[in-house]
Design a protein around this ligand. Structure first.
Ligand code: TPP
Ligand code: MG
Length: 292
């Protein structure tokens, strides 16, 4: 099990306070800075591991930066604090972006990121809650994060805790039937403490979602399952912050975050092969030049 990095935790606390006090323009700049750090870290991790899922890492990065640096009520120095908000990354293949975010918050030392997917490293290709502080549940097999999040949200209500639960899913992942059972259960139990975020990048592994098993009209389907639906630009911090506010209807909230797979690096953006393609040395250099 990894342990917290006290210096990074202090830096994260200072940053959170700055974001809270900032003007909208300053806040966006601070969040962009975190997201850029995360994306650069993902490039280095995938470069050294020679494997990973760069496209899905980049589409969810602004969502992660917004949650961890402006929304979640957490304490990276006390990852098991019972009153904490929970974030579950159901799209576990985007592990590099989650690990980079957790390290940036101080859940563990950022130097550990260099071991990504190396033999015996706790930082596997998919997140393991028994090895990594801040990981709430193991994910990787698609279609399980939302069902677990429903249970987590019910658990918070039963325990009388005000903790909120957030879960991020891939859009291709929404083709898993288990999610639709969980959506029914979430509405049935009036889980106003639950927010599901769908990373709507319109690509899955090997093809576009709408050519594989079409999801549209996704917002109407989610509304028909009795969720409060918010459709936003998943790379716009102000819109994301708004969307992550509490439920206003007593129903669970579904955020359809329209994103670009590979966002941030022009030659990776919206290209199906970059689901899990690994950049060569020239591409690593070019990617880091763009990520500023
Ligand atoms: C049950 C299951 N089937 C297949 C896979 C292999 N797989 C990993 S990622 C992926 C595509 C996911 O697409 P999407 O949910 O849209 O994620 P994103 O575009 O954000 O990468 C697939 C099929 C898996 N991890 N789990
Ligand atoms: Mg997708």
């Amino acid at each position: 099990m990894l342990h917290a990095d006290p210096e990074r935790v202090s830096a994260w606390r200072r940053l959170r306070a700055m974001v809270a006090d900032a003007t909208p323009t300053e806040r966006d700049a601070l969040l962009h800075e975190q997201a850029t750090w995360i994306r650069r870290s993902v490039v280095s991790m995938i470069d050294s591991a020679r494997q990973g899922h760069i496209g899905g890492d980049f589409s969810v990065t602004d969502i992660l930066a917004t949650l961890y640096f402006a929304v979640l009520d957490i304490d990276p120095g006390r990852p098991e604090w019972p009153e904490r908000d929970r974030y579950i990354q159901s799209k576990g293949h985007a592990a590099a972006s989650l690990y980079s975010t957790l390290a940036r918050c101080g859940f563990f030392p950022p130097e550990e990121l260099d071991t990504f997917m190396a033999p015996l490293s706790p930082l596997n290709g998919h997140p393991n809650r028994n090895e990594i502080p801040g990981v709430e549940t193991n994910t990787g097999p698609l279609g399980h994060g939302l069902p677990v999040a429903v249970g987590t949200a019910i658990g918070a209500k039963l325990a009388g805790r005000r903790s909120r639960t957030f879960v991020a899913l891939g859009d291709g992942e929404m083709q898993e039937g288990s999610n639709w059972e969980a959506l029914m259960a979430g509405a049935h139990h009036h889980l106003d403490n639950l927010t599901a975020i769908i990373d709507r990048n319109r690509l899955q592994q090997g093809a576009r979602t709408e050519d594989t098993n079409a999801l549209d009209p996704l917002d109407e389907k989610l509304a028909a399952f009795n969720w409060e639906v918010r459709v936003v630009d998943g790379h716009d911090y102000a819109q994301l912050l708004n969307a992550f506010g509490p439920s206003t209807t007593g129903r669970p909230v579904a955020v359809v975050a329209n994103t670009i797979k590979g966002h941030g690096v022009s030659f990776i953006e919206d290209r199906v092969e970059w689901h899990h393609k690994v950049p060569d040395a020239d591409q690593v250099r070019a990617a880091l030049e763009e990520l500023v």
